[in-house]
Design a protein. Structure first.
Length: 356
């Protein structure tokens, strides 16, 4: 598997046009230019980049061409206004500085993957279209991002039953050879990721905050080296936590998976509810929701909106149906995996450093 990846000239151009701040310097989704670059145009958002990519293709050009063009050449080739052409030229001029950031991150085990790269996850392109993140920042085996898997999501402040269910679901997925995709937040996310790792499975964590901090954990580094953990973020290598980041990464969790299980949600509130309702409306993947006696009312509300009820008792054997390769096989119990008790919060935090 590939743990190191060269960004390439086209990828560097896409990075220069879209990165918000430095790629490893507390760059958040709304971060502006670095100090000393107050006159720099605002970096392109996903949809703006997608529009520019189409213009480049129509002109028979590649993103890397922008690194050698001035504003006049950009205007002549793409038909952009003088102001827009100046903005693009200024953004492209950041490439040499950002290349040093990319090299520094690479020395720390962090790769960058552009939307124009053949290794970019096709599920994100197919499901998100113009909203697919132009750059992904990650650590771990790239190929795992293309394997699909089971997304397991839920509230940070989850009770013991919910944590046990998440752990059992993840162990069952790992036992069936499926990757577990989650968000790395405390509570359900970390319980699922820890249980999948303990069961020998592959784990994908889609982060809403600092990737650099997460990979410093000894246990995480060991799993990355074993090619069993891949951490990824669309926000930069050292992005600060924000509610916006957390909400935005939720769609990536669903879109990287083949099916999803919502373990605990609060109706009308929080990222779990927002992510699940968005995914239901978009019909990205089949979404299952725990509806056992101890499940919160928000779970039943998701079932009312179209999520598939899953009523298995987390204390029972044969908890989750991960027998077949087809996500549709999730509709009836088929596994004989017994649930493992959730790790204590301190153990979970050590392994994956769950965010707020």
């Amino acid at each position: 598997m590939t743990i190191h990846h060269q960004l390439g000239a086209n990828g560097l151009a896409i990075l220069a046009l879209t990165a918000r701040g430095g790629v490893g310097r507390r760059a958040g989704p709304r971060a502006g230019p670095r100090a000393g670059q107050a006159d720099l145009a605002a970096p392109l958002r996903s949809r703006e980049w997608a529009q520019l990519a189409r213009s480049l293709a129509q002109a028979g050009a590649q993103p890397a061409d922008l690194l050698g063009w001035g504003s006049a050449e950009i205007a002549a080739s793409l038909g952009t206004t003088p102001t827009a052409s100046d903005d693009l030229a200024r953004l492209a001029s950041r490439a040499s500085t950002l290349a040093l950031d990319v090299e520094r991150l690479g020395s720390r085990g962090i790769w960058l993957l552009s939307v124009g790269d053949a290794a970019y996850p096709g599920r994100l392109l197919t499901r998100l279209g113009d909203l697919a993140p132009p750059i992904l920042y990650g650590s771990g085996a790239l190929e795992v991002l293309g394997r699909g898997g089971i997304a397991i999501v839920g509230a940070r402040d989850a009770d013991a039953d919910a944590l046990a269910f998440a752990s059992a679901a993840a162990a069952a997925a790992a036992g069936a050879g499926r990757s577990v995709v989650s968000g790395g937040a405390r509570g359900i996310d970390v319980a699922a990721m820890s249980a999948a790792a303990a069961a020998g499975g592959l784990v994908v964590g889609v982060l809403a905050e600092s990737l650099e901090r997460r990979i410093r954990a000894v246990e995480a580094r060991a799993l990355i080296a074993e090619e069993r953990l891949t951490l990824v973020s669309p926000y930069g290598a050292d992005a600060p936590f924000s509610v916006g980041n957390a909400m935005g990464r939720n769609r990536l969790i669903y879109c990287l998976a083949d099916a999803a299980i919502v373990v605990a949600a609060t109706e009308g509130e929080g990222g779990t509810w927002a992510g699940a309702t968005e995914a239901l409306a978009a019909r990205w993947v089949p979404i299952y929701v725990r509806v056992s006696a101890s499940a919160p009312p928000g779970n039943r509300a998701l079932a009312d909106r179209g999520a598939i009820p899953f009523a298995s008792d987390p204390s029972a054997t044969g908890l989750l149906p991960f027998a077949g390769d087809d996500p549709a096989s999730l509709t009836s119990p088929a596994s004989s995996v017994s649930p493992a008790p959730p790790k204590r919060a301190a153990e979970q935090q050590t392994l994956f450093g769950g965010d707020r």
